[in-house]
Design a protein around this ligand. Sequence first.
Ligand SMILES: [Zn+2]
Length: 71
Amino acid sequence: MTIDHAAVRPSWDCVVCDQTWPCDPARESLRGEMPLPELATYMWSRLDEAVFDLPPTPSAVLFERFLKWTR
Ligand SMILES: [Zn+2]
């Protein structure tokens, strides 16, 4: 899998455009890389990692950022 717009840990900003990851280009290429169920699973595991790195963030915000767009 080759995604240029990758997350930098522990900030979880995009390495290319400095937006919070996943930025729009990252979402687009992730959508193109894998079928939706696989994408949702992948984003769950990224969310799981991000929770350890990010300052306390409401789960609704994290859900919106990491998972809502995968549907
Ligand atoms: Zn980006």
